[in-house]
Design a protein around this ligand. Structure first.
Ligand code: AMP
Length: 513
């Protein structure tokens, strides 16, 4: 059931139980008048978190005195109807006085990232926006918050705030959703007359022109800016506020365009002020990867750096090694490639594998991964070898394979069920790779929940608490038939995770089939 909540007390009391149940909460902050752009964030949030809260609040403190606060489109009823099919858990739509009661006087003061572009033209805008976002974070306490690339600078400013103020939330940024003709979806588009709507096309046309030039090999940012302005100047109905290309870290004017640089425009079109942007990168790069390029870009050191190839490759590697898709919106390198890559190198004959170990290897630091560095002797590896009764990696890979319950989404101690669900798809496929699998060793509670619920298809009610199952013996076993393995019978051993909990299981070497 979707709740419409207007008070802080009520939303907090609803979320108290949700947090107590260990569920992950997503926040999608909006100003309402929802469209497909907002809905793409909701969709992403639903995919990644257990409970989704959409806030709808036209925040007065981010509007300047001469801006369109009073005219900003509002339509709560239609918004609620749009969200209904998404099974959002709560819509939080407070009044201005609920968020800013009499006597309110404390604000966030954003820094340099907020000083250019929108910040320069709309003094106080980011001060108001970060303040309301921080208030929402404190009220909702989300694990993840969803923002759109449409407000690229806002995403960067909020990201800085999260880092600078040590906020406990991960940000997920999604690409811009556009109308069929290319105009970025925006609540303010409803304010456009038919002629202005046509004129609004010039914004995305100027961005497309920038992209065309870059794809043709142009790297001089000034030339690109000039051409963007020409495209905009050809449309008499609009008044340009800026049209520029910036580096994606500090949003300073770029001299040379490198992959991840961002072309941005803002213009007054009739009575509406519109913004749009486009991330520049090699031809054929998907919007998600472009976003990753921009969000993970390091400050540009080498002014001669050129677009094609190189930087994308570095990024790909980064994503590949990233096991915590904190900032990864739509992870592009499929996590299923994780084990396959290692198998090619280490296992010439997959028939030899008799035992699959499902654990959480080294989610915090991928450099510690067993297959990445087989001779490593960290606490996880030595305890694992002891549990299985093998001396070293060479002996290990004769019969065993180690895979992971999680490949992305989370590295914290509280793993959302959604993350386990997402990764279980890959695990299911992986287990099929080994025709002679006789045993599976499941390490720790997360892997246990995932295995029972998502591989064996058992219900939550059927699950014994992990510690109770392991009891004093410190391990448990059962024979199961696994539907996705053609109902083959496999011996499963449940053991303590070697490093996550304080308890250890005794060696199960003699019992493995
Ligand atoms: P707003 O309601 O305009 O404050 O937007 C709420 C959130 O939706 C922000 O994070 C925006 O960046 C995002 N958003 C707005 N328009 C779009 C769009 N066309 N595509 C993707 N995200 C969008």
């Amino acid at each position: 059931m979707m709740r419409l909540v207007t008070t802080i007390t009520e939303i907090k009391s609803f979320l108290r139980q949700v947090h107590a149940d260990g569920k992950s909460v997503a926040l999608v902050p909006t100003m309402g008048s929802l469209h497909d752009g907002h809905l793409s964030l909701v969709r992403q949030a639903k995919r990644q978190c257990d409970v989704v809260v959409v806030s709808i609040f036209v925040n007065p403190t981010q509007f300047g005195p001469a801006e369109d606060f009073n005219r900003y489109p509002r339509n709560l009823e239609a918004d609620v109807a749009l969200l209904q099919p998404f099974m959002v858990d709560a819509v939080f739509a407070p009044s201005s006085s609920e968020m800013y009661p009499d006597g309110f006087e404390s604000f966030v003061e954003p820094g340099e990232t907020a000083s250019t572009l929108e910040g320069a033209l709309r003094p106080g805008h980011f001060r108001g926006a970060t303040t309301v976002v921080l208030k929402l974070f404190n009220i909702i306490r989300p694990e993840a918050a969803y923002f759109g690339q449409k407000d690229f600078q806002q995403a960067l400013v909020v990201r800085r705030m999260v880092e600078d103020l040590n906020l406990n939330v991960r940000l997920v940024v999604s690409p811009i959703v556009r109308e069929a003709d290319g105009v970025a979806k925006s609540s303010r588009n409803t304010l456009l007359s038919a002629d202005d709507r046509k004129a609004a096309l010039a914004l995305c046309r100027s961005l497309k022109r920038a992209e065309e030039l870059v794809h043709a090999g142009e790297t001089d940012a000034n030339k690109i800016r000039e051409e963007m302005r020409q495209v905009l100047a050809a449309e008499p109905r609009i008044r340009v506020e800026y049209a520029t290309v910036v580096d994606p870290t500090r949003l300073k004017m770029a001299e040379r365009v490198t992959a991840g640089c961002v072309a941005l425009v803002a213009a007054q079109v009739g009575t509406a002020r519109l913004i749009d942007n486009l991330i520049l990168g090699p031809p054929g790069t998907t919007p998600e990867l472009l976003l990753q390029l921009a969000l993970s870009a390091a400050p540009v050191l080498d002014a001669r750096a050129r677009i094609p190839g190189l930087e994308t490759e570095t990024l790909r590697k980064k994503i590949e090694s990233c096991r915590d898709c904190a900032a990864i919106t739509s992870i592009l390198l499929p996590p299923r490639e994780f084990l396959v890559k290692h198998l090619k190198r280490e296992y010439p004959d997959l028939n030899a594998v008799r035992v699959a170990v499902i654990g959480r290897d080294s989610p915090i630091n991928p450099e510690n991964l067993l297959y990445r560095n087989p001779d490593i002797t960290n606490r996880f590896v030595s305890s694992l070898f002891e549990l299985l009764g093998v001396k070293n990696f060479a002996e290990f890979k004769e019969r065993f394979v180690l895979t992971d319950a999680l490949r992305c989404h989370a590295s914290g101690s509280r793993i959302p069920f959604k993350a386990l669900e997402h990764c279980a798809q890959h695990l299911r496929e992986e287990l099929k790779l080994f025709p002679n699998l006789g045993s599976i060793v499941v390490l720790g509670n997360d892997a246990y929940v995932q295995f029972q619920r998502l591989i064996l298809g058992r219900s939550e009610r059927e699950l014994k608490p992990f510690l109770q199952l392991l009891g004093n013996q410190g391990w448990a076993t059962e024979e199961v038939s696994i539907p996705t393995l053609g109902d083959r019978t496999v011996h499963v051993f449940y053991c303590h995770h070697p490093t996550y909990e304080y308890k250890r299981s005794p060696s199960i070497a003699g019992k493995l089939v």
